[in-house]
Ligand binder design. Structure first.
Ligand SMILES: Cc1cc2nc3c(=O)[nH]c(=O)nc-3n(C[C@H](O)[C@H](O)[C@H](O)COP(=O)(O)OP(=O)(O)OC[C@H]3O[C@@H](n4cnc5c(N)ncnc54)[C@H](O)[C@@H]3O)c2cc1C
Length: 383
């Protein structure tokens, strides 16, 4: 089988249809929560996460022994899609961290960490980027020094842009454990409890008024050897697994959310065919094309995941497609439906603002193009 002939066979549709109906029925009894006045976004999303988990709607494709439902990636995709279609306030963004833990943790760590991550009893954040290491993640300088008796590590350094660290219990932290070895084999991952002595979390206010980002200062933070995830030097492959899962549209519910907004734009065109200048009409057309391409790619990735293929560098293509589709869609919506975007407390306008970040988080668009050039097209490198 070549890279291109994974069958688009999604198993038994009746089973999926039943799951979607079960979710819709559950949602009528457990209505979507509303964000309370002044409630921080992270607390609102956490409330929603707990509510979803209580109904069994988190971790569909995680084995039951780790707190999931032991179903397939397709079930997870169907649930995310259905939630997006119901305008749910986002799917808990833990799937990519859960994949990394599933792949790299010991059996004991999986059993201890995953059920609490899925239930929301423990909230996790991702401590990868540093002031001098974002795109060049391998250039990180946070250092974990092993004690002479080998029993623990002392970690020193700083992380930056750590989303919602101030609301988190654990950080999936990367640190260098060998300063002499090449960067890609000297990075190690840790499950760091954020209440540990020596950890300081300082929130940063973003332009949209949210306090999503944090700086994380690590000052002689002591972590036990059994808080290390994987072996020393496994941090780089773990980081790549994490970002490869983070860079696709499968588990986010974004597709159906984009579909709903696109439908509003098309309705506007149908009902007021002469009201828009030609430029905006063709912009809506480009949004339709972007959306259809993204849907086709997402189906393909789903088929690959069902066939047991782990997420790899192809996810950089997905990330670029998702970024383009999202940014163009919200930009066009802002021009076509300016008043609508400000309805309901401006939720969609907030999504427009956040769409600008899509070309940065999870690795910038330039970096995705570098990955595609090197790892997928095998183009020669200048250096
Ligand atoms: C909303 C959001 C949430 C985030 N959450 C987290 C989080 O939870 N945890 C975490 O660890 N990080 C997080 N980040 C950080 C994110 O991963 C980094 O911002 C990103 O990797 C870019 O790194 P940087 O900001 O240091 O930019 P830099 O690496 O300094 O890049 C600056 C510019 O130079 C370009 N550039 C750099 N190197 C190259 C190159 N080799 N070729 C071409 N162009 C290049 C970049 O594309 C960019 O335009 C988040 C970012 C955002 C926007």
């Amino acid at each position: 089988m070549t890279d291109h002939d994974v069958p688009l066979d999604f198993g038994d549709p009746a089973d999926l249809d039943m799951l979607r109906r079960e979710l819709r029925a559950w949602l009528t009894e457990h209505p979507l929560p509303r964000r309370r006045n002044g409630e921080p976004m992270a607390e609102f999303l956490h409330r929603w996460h707990r509510q979803l988990h209580s109904g069994g709607w988190v971790g569909l494709d995680v084995p039951e022994r780790y707190g999931g439902r032991g179903l397939t990636a397709l079930h997870q995709v169907a649930v995310s899609d259905e939630l997006g279609a119901c305008r749910a306030p986002g799917v808990p963004r833990i799937g990519y961290l859960a994949h990394a833990l599933l792949e790299f943790c010991s059996e004991d760590q999986r059993a201890r960490l995953l059920p609490r991550m899925l239930s929301g009893d423990d909230v996790w954040c991702q401590g990868f980027s540093e002031p001098g290491a974002g795109s060049d993640l391998a250039g990180m300088s946070t250092y974990a020094r092993r004690s002479p008796d080998g029993g623990h590590y002392l970690i020193n350094g700083q992380k930056l842009w750590t989303s919602y660290a101030q609301y988190s219990d654990y950080c999936l932290l990367l640190a260098r454990t060998d300063r002499a070895a090449p960067a890609h084999s000297s990075i190690t991952a840790f499950a760091l409890p954020l209440n540990r002595a020596g950890v300081t979390v300082r929130p940063l206010r973003a332009a949209n008024g949210d306090d999503e980002f944090c700086e994380l200062f690590l000052d002689d933070v002591r972590v036990a050897v059994d808080e290390r995830i994987g072996a020393e030097g496994d941090g780089w492959p773990l980081a790549m697994t994490t970002v490869n899962y983070e860079r696709n549209a499968l588990d986010t519910g974004h597709l159906s959310k984009y579909g709903l907004l696109l439908e509003r734009l098309r309705r506007q065109l149908r009902e007021h065919p002469d009201a828009l200048p030609d430029g905006l009409v063709s912009a809506v057309g480009r949004c339709v094309v972007d959306y259809q391409v993204l849907v086709a790619h997402t189906r393909r990735r789903t088929a690959e995941r069902l066939a047991g293929r782990p997420a790899g560098p192809e996810s950089s293509v997905d990330k670029l497609l998702m970024t383009r589709a999202e940014q163009r869609l919200y930009e066009t919506a802002l021009a076509v439906l300016p008043e609508e975007l400000h309805r309901d407390g401006g939720a969609v306008y907030g999504e427009y603002l956040y769409s600008r970040a899509a070309s940065v988080y999870g690795g910038t668009s330039q970096i995705q193009r570098n990955i595609i050039a090197k790892r997928l097209l095998h183009l020669p490198s200048a250096s």
